[in-house]
Design a protein around this ligand. Structure first.
Ligand SMILES: Nc1ncnc2c1ncn2[C@@H]1O[C@H](COP(=O)(O)OP(=O)(O)OP(=O)(O)O)[C@@H](O)[C@H]1O
Ligand SMILES: [Mg+2]
Length: 265
């Protein structure tokens, strides 16, 4: 379980500043991206008192306009960012109290996986996380094999990452997170830059993983085909939770929010 309690995050400035409260409330203002910047001296409030509980095994979709705070939120789940106010607990323990536990339980896949690879070949990259846990070699090999199989990359461990397609690289990034055997897999815009077959392949892997019991949190602008597999949709607007509904209620709840609609809801 990931539990977010009253999370507020500000960038820059350092001071809480005079938060202008409702001044930034509408999502439709600033249609170029709905920046959350609210004019507090030298900084911007990216999240405002966000609370959220993500049970184990849940498939959660987080949507929202550019700048609505999605990345800022999920980066707190394993301590990559620390909140100014509030806290995040993973299985009841505040993330900051045990970063290793949080990073073992919550696997994170970033928007640009190619910036995050640490090795030249597939298997060596996927092994990196378990190696850092200090696991024995045979356990590392077992995890790498399982993780690659889970993303349909079995037997391709010796291939060079820079020769893979975008979709394959995304799947290697997912395998790298899976090798930590996390209870939640969090993916920030996993479909960006992928063509349709690659997008479908990544999504299919995520659905399978979720059926196998892994919690999946997908941050995306693009709700096509995703919502029907999700347990829940959260939409952030201006650093706040604007929508928190089961997918069946999503179309009504989306209103004028700037996300790409599911086609089949
Ligand atoms: N490193 C940073 N320094 C200063 N401000 C930042 C930084 N990162 C994000 N912000 C600001 O915080 C707000 C939330 O940004 P965030 O990246 O979390 O949004 P997002 O919903 O992930 O957007 P996108 O859809 O573009 O990825 C925005 O106003 C953004 O400009
Ligand atoms: Mg983002």
């Amino acid at each position: 379980m990931i539990e977010v309690r009253g999370l507020t995050h500000r960038y820059g400035g350092g001071e809480s500043g005079a938060d202008s409260g409702d001044a930034g409330g509408s999502v439709s203002d600033g249609d170029a991206g709905g920046s959350v910047s609210d004019g507090d001296a030298g900084g911007s409030t990216a999240l405002r008192e966000v609370s959220l509980r993500i049970p184990d095994g849940e498939f959660l979709v987080i949507a929202g306009a550019n700048g609505s705070g999605k990345s800022t939120l999920v980066r707190q789940f394993n301590g990559l960012l620390t909140p100014d106010e509030g806290e995040v607990l993973v299985d009841g323990t505040p993330v900051g109290d045990d970063l290793v536990a949080a990073r073992t339980r919550v696997g994170m896949v970033f928007q640009e996986p190619r910036d995050c690879f640490v090795a030249a070949t597939v298997a060596r990259d996927v092994a990196f996380g378990p190696e850092n846990l200090g696991l024995p070699r045979d356990e590392i090999d077992r995890r790498v094999e399982r993780a690659l199989a889970a993303v349909n990359m079995a037997g391709r461990g010796d291939e060079r990452i820079d020769r893979l397609s975008g979709g394959e690289q995304e799947r290697v990034a997912v395998a790298g997170a899976l090798a930590m055997e996390p209870s939640h897999l969090v993916l920030d815009e996993p479909f960006t830059g992928l063509d349709e077959p690659a997008r479908e392949s990544v999504l299919a892997r995520l659905i399978e993983l979720n059926r196998g019991g892994t919690g999946v949190v997908v941050v995306t602008h693009d709700l096509r085909d995703v919502l029907e597999h999700a347990d829940r949709l959260v939409v952030l607007a201006d650093g706040e939770v604007a929508v928190d509904v089961p997918p069946a209620a999503a179309v009504d709840a989306l209103g004028d929010l700037p996300v790409r609609r599911p086609e089949r809801c």
